[in-house]
Design a protein around this ligand. Structure first.
Ligand SMILES: [Ca+2]
Length: 402
């Protein structure tokens, strides 16, 4: 690997909040000097944590110009004055960790603080393995891989869009229809091994999507294809009347644009099903096998029990699954990253299957607010054209642990 030399300077300006003296903001202009070997596209990942708050994580693309270097402004709001927070800055290239630095600071009310990090070697050569240590056995390797996610926080807040996210630990599961009750393309049941990831605990809401459009200037698919923006929101309102409801009428292209803007991505189909199962083995629904309690656990056709909504429900209105994910069954369909292929389960790789390389339609999962219970099954596979929108199409995002 190439060796990179650079200087990374972080300046922290702390500003007290006029409205509430108990909260403050960290503003971090992050500079990378234009050193030889450090030209091009990088990612900065900033994590702020303390015992008093949910962990805040933000990943930001950063381009380093040969003349100007690179600069990226990072703002972390709503922090408690007096709290001591740990700030970790990581530099990633193609998802691989290149370097990291951490420092703790105590948040002051009004004084401006400046903290500098000097990083003189971005790429460290991997140390030679110690010759006296034998190669670890297969079982030990497995343990090492599974140990890592346990050190990560179970819940985080994604800074860019405010989403709560939960840790889905890496592991293996049996993907597909265990009951031989669905369609042929839900089988064969096959073992899939996945790296850990974070997933939005809720479907992306109307409020979040409106903010995305405002901040990014992105033109949604419905508008590209002839609706004006007022018509789009009027249609959305019929099914999802408040900012707390899941956004609908989003195409796969729209969902992907949102994910990119927020620094996240759509889940693969395998990640989605693994997460929906909530750690349960071989069950039919996110809550288990019992169809009788479906009305208390998911928003689907008609109403009854806890389901009092005839259309979309506000996100998080039902019980979460074993991983703390809400509405994995019902409410709105959720776009996945993959192209759809009915035969994919017969050829998919056993580890981190990315979906087919090409296709015409994209995967949707989880059923929706006017489905019957058959479509709430965790194994159920649906699909649609990536430019298609409907009053039941929504999404949520994931982020890798690196
Ligand atoms: Ca859903």
């Amino acid at each position: 690997m190439k060796r990179l030399f650079c200087l990374l300077i972080l300046s922290f300006g702390l500003f007290g909040c006029d409205r509430d003296p108990e909260t403050t903001t960290i503003q971090m202009p992050i500079h990378l000097a234009p050193q030889k070997g450090l030209i091009g596209d990088w990612q900065l990942k900033v994590t702020v944590s303390s015992p008093e708050m949910d962990t805040v994580m933000q990943t930001i693309p950063l381009t380093v110009d040969p003349e100007q270097g690179g600069v990226q402004q990072v703002t972390i709001p709503n922090l408690l004055v007096g709290d001591t927070v740990n700030i970790k800055v990581e530099i990633l290239a193609d998802g691989q960790l290149v370097s990291e630095r951490s420092q703790s600071i105590t948040l002051l009310d009004s004084a401006a603080n400046t903290v500098s990090f000097e990083m003189d070697k971005l790429v460290e050569e991997k140390p030679e393995p110690k010759p006296e240590e034998p190669e670890p056995k297969e079982e030990e390797k497995e343990e090492e891989k599974e140990e890592k996610p346990k050190k990560l926080p179970d819940k985080i807040t994604w800074q860019k869009d405010g989403s709560k996210m939960v840790l889905i630990p890496g592991g293996s599961f049996q993907m597909g229809d265990h009951f031989n009750e669905g369609t042929a393309w839900e089988r064969p049941v096959h073992k899939v091994k996945l790296d850990g990831f974070y997933m939005d605990s809720h479907e992306i809401t109307v409020g979040q999507f409106k903010r995305f459009l405002k901040e990014s200037g992105y033109k949604p698919e419905a508008v590209k294809r002839g609706w004006d923006i007022n018509r789009l929101w009027n249609e959305v309102k019929k099914w999802s009347p408040t900012d707390k409801h899941p956004v609908v009428y989003v195409s796969w292209n729209d969902a992907t644009a949102y994910a990119k803007w927020s620094g996240k991505r759509l889940p693969t189909e395998a990640e989605w099903e693994y997460a929906a199962r909530g750690g349960r083995v071989g069950k039919r629904y996110p809550w288990g096998d019992d169809k009788k309690v479906a009305r208390d656990c998911a928003n689907y056709s008609d109403t009854g029990g806890r389901d009092k909504w005839s259309k979309c429900a506000p996100v998080g209105s039902f019980k979460p699954n074993g991983y703390g994910l809400y509405d994995m069954a019902g409410n709105v369909w959720e776009w996945c990253q993959d192209w759809y292929d009915g035969n994919y389960y017969t050829i998919s790789p056993a580890e981190n299957p990315p979906g087919p390389g090409t296709g015409k339609r994209r995967v949707l999962r989880g059923g929706h607010w006017y489905n019957n219970t058959s479509l709430l099954r965790v194994a159920y596979r649906a699909n649609s054209s990536p430019d298609n929108r409907y009053n039941s199409y929504g999404f949520r995002c994931v982020s890798g642990l690196r």
